[in-house]
Design a protein around this ligand. Structure first.
Ligand code: KG4
Ligand code: ZN
Length: 333
């Protein structure tokens, strides 16, 4: 079925390739990079070197799983940005080389728009207009989506992203990187008995630096009084941090939907894997009589399936790029 598109994602530390055929994602292969764990964060130079090693085998596997030959492809899509420049460069150059060799069009995809378009991979899909809260390691965005082409940024973080807040606070608590999933697991066994600071910003923007500082000072004080504090309170601290972040994230989303009279809303990005965020989001939708959408887990974190889905719509609009295209580390939505 046409169009048959190969999509490549390499914006951060995951190398991914997917094939989409007539609007259906038929393969989605991702190689993750564990090398960054020991550094407590992604090291850009190491990430781009690993992309170089992973990219061709990942593409090969995606084509094989989809049971298609390169010769049958109608277009090559790739993440142009935003992301780490060196990482993006690997995907951009691979896509350009393939499109040139196969003499087929190139489609440049915006990574943050693609996180939102992940909602169109599987049924049920949200109706336009909807509001999407995209929460990842690098971004926190509240976006009004009127069509695949027409998206408006309502709010964003003025400092740390939500995932970054999970990861940095997790580091203070001695948890391995990425700490988001660890905090999620530990929080399930604890209670949110500690109060940490919440940003009061009179807009749809987010800020998590106050929370980070408040946890840091609180921990210092409590560890001074009781050096074993975390041995018996780690689960309660995790539950308190997580509740704080989830409350802040959802309060703005709820307000935006009420203000704009929108009843379809969505979550996207790696942090949407968080169990409390998912359940509180569903509760909020139920309470207001709204329709809530969360993509399947494999399409929440970075993946080429979402790049392929976005590229499908762009192909239908003949939205192609030429060989002079270059990566864009910073790129507004
Ligand atoms: O979207 P993503 O895979 O990569 C980008 O940042 O683009 O998101 C990764 C982020 C990390 O900060 C990680 O800690 C967070 O998502 N994360 C979670 C959970 N799973 C992943 N945060 C909280 N709870 C989780 N279950
Ligand atoms: Zn992402």
């Amino acid at each position: 079925m046409t169009p048959l598109i190969l999509a490549i994602e390499s914006s951060c530390d995951d190398t991914s390739a997917a094939v989409i055929s007539g609007g259906k994602v038929v393969s989605n292969i991702t190689a993750t990079q564990s090398i960054h764990e020991k550094y407590g964060g992604v090291i850009p130079e190491l990430a781009s070197r690993k992309h170089n090693i992973h990219i061709l085998p990942v593409i090969e596997e995606a084509l094989q799983e989809a049971n298609v030959s390169k010769m049958d492809l109608d277009a090559i899509a790739f993440t142009r940005g935003p992301g780490l420049l060196g990482s993006l460069l690997v995907g951009v150059m691979t896509a350009k080389s393939m499109a040139l060799a196969l003499d087929i069009p190139l489609i440049e995809v915006h990574h943050m728009r693609a996180h939102i378009m992940a909602h169109f991979i599987d049924d049920p899909v949200p109706e336009f207009p909807f509001i999407c809260l995209t929460v990842s390691g690098g971004h926190t965005q509240l976006v009004r989506v009127d069509s695949p082409e027409n998206m408006t940024l309502l709010g964003t973080t003025i400092d740390d992203a939500a995932g970054e807040a999970f990861d940095k606070i997790g580091k203070m608590l001695g948890l391995p990187y990425p700490a988001g999933p660890e905090i999620d697991k530990l929080a399930q066994k604890g209670s949110p008995i500690y109060e940490f600071s919440k940003a009061r910003i009179p807009s749809y923007d987010y800020s998590f630096s106050g929370l980070k500082t408040s946890v840091l000072y609180d921990l210092k004080k409590r560890l001074g009084e009781d050096p074993e504090f975390l041995d018996h309170q780690l689960e309660n601290v995790c539950a308190s941090v997580q509740t704080n972040i989830v409350d802040v994230l959802l309060r703005r989303l709820e307000q935006a939907c009420k203000d704009q009279n929108i009843t379809h809303l969505a979550l996207a990005g790696g942090v949407s894997a968080n169990s409390q965020l998912r359940s509180s989001f569903q509760e909020m939708c139920k309470k207001n009589g709204w329709n809530g959408f969360i993509p399947a887990f494999q399409y929440c974190t970075d993946n080429a399936g979402m790049i392929a889905m976005t590229a499908h719509f762009q192909y239908l609009n003949s939205d192609f790029s030429d060989q002079s295209v270059s990566p864009k580390a910073r790129w507004g939505i």
